[in-house]
Design a binder for this molecule. Structure first.
Ligand SMILES: *Cc1c(COP(=O)(O)O)cnc(C)c1O
Length: 292
């Protein structure tokens, strides 16, 4: 399921972009799979390979109660024939995301926040009998193998873009893109839009030359999963005028940033921009209940 994900590129025609004289394209990584969408599909590829190569039959992973990564892992494990365990941060809750994880057969455990922060691996080990068959994947699929999978997005491109935009959660997507652009010496600038408040790029990106990337703080709308009317109205505007739905947590904020920058004259006339749509749409169902 991980080879050559279906992720076509479409042009996004909005007046904000034509007025700025730029061509904006969206890479529909969200279309790769309804539940293993976008960068989660890319990140899981090499973890699953590594698990199989090491003779493991069980995947254990971690995430918040609305984690796209948990759902992606649950669905991918079902498809690939792995047993799956998900350890969820915080007090027990019920939501659509976790219900879907269960439907895909994931064994779910809630972990009190402090334990989650300091000792989640040991907590997980205490709950699983057959620990020698377990393969652990970190929260959000972050880590070297995840980045290696994401880097293949760059490999799939058949033309050069002046700019590539992605939203930033753990940052491993941006890292993967940057690694490949640096290695292949591509003339493309990678733009990260952090969706968390006070997220500093210095630690994350310290090994990269500043000329390779741009960090657009100031579009987090108050923090992770925080939304307001301006954002939800933008997502509606975008969906109405392009037929493409963006999630509120990540890609809505990223495209809001890209559109604002275009309006401010940030780009040069004639430049091309590619933005990644990494899915996350199922998680919107829970948020829409809250915002209507
Ligand atoms: C996980 C996720 C991201 C963030 O990716 P990171 O590699 O953690 O920075 C962005 N968009 C969507 C839809 C996601 O599910």
């Amino acid at each position: 399921m991980f080879n050559k994900p279906y992720a076509p590129i479409e042009q996004v025609n909005l007046p904000e972009f034509s007025n700025a004289g730029i061509n904006v394209f969206i890479k529909r990584e969200d279309l790769a799979h309804p539940f293993v969408s976008g960068n989660k599909m890319r990140k899981l590829k090499y973890y699953f390979q590594d698990a199989a190569a090491n003779g493991k039959n069980t995947i254990v992973t971690f995430g918040g109660a609305y984690s796209n990564h948990l759902l992606a892992t649950a669905a991918a494990c079902a498809k690939m024939g792995f047993i799956s365990y998900g350890f969820v941060r915080g007090e027990p809750v019920k939501n659509y995301m976790l219900s879907l994880c269960k439907i895909f057969g994931m064994h779910l455990f809630f972990v009190e926040r402090n334990t989650y922060k300091t000792d989640k691996i040991n907590f997980a080990k205490s709950k699983i009998h057959d620990i020698e068959n377990c393969y652990f994947i970190d929260e959000g699929g972050q880590g070297e193998l995840g980045e290696k999978g994401v880097a293949e997005i760059i490999e799939d491109l058949s033309q050069n873009y002046n700019h590539i935009f992605c939203s930033v959660g753990t940052g491993s997507t941006m890292l993967g893109l940057l690694q490949r652009v640096e290695k292949n010496n591509y003339q493309t600038k990678i733009h990260g839009v952090p969706v968390l408040k006070g997220y500093d790029d210095k630690e994350l990106l310290k090994t990269f030359d500043k000329s390779l990337y741009e960090w657009h703080d100031g579009f987090h709308f108050g923090g992770y999963a925080k939304i307001d009317k301006q954002l939800t109205q933008f997502v509606s505007y975008f969906a109405t005028n392009t037929g493409i739905l963006l999630d509120y947590v990540y890609e809505g904020k990223m495209f809001y940033a890209l559109t604002s920058l275009a309006k401010q004259g940030y780009f040069k006339n004639g430049e091309s921009v590619l933005a990644l749509h990494n899915g996350g749409l199922i998680g919107m169902l829970d948020m829409m209940k809250a915002s209507y």
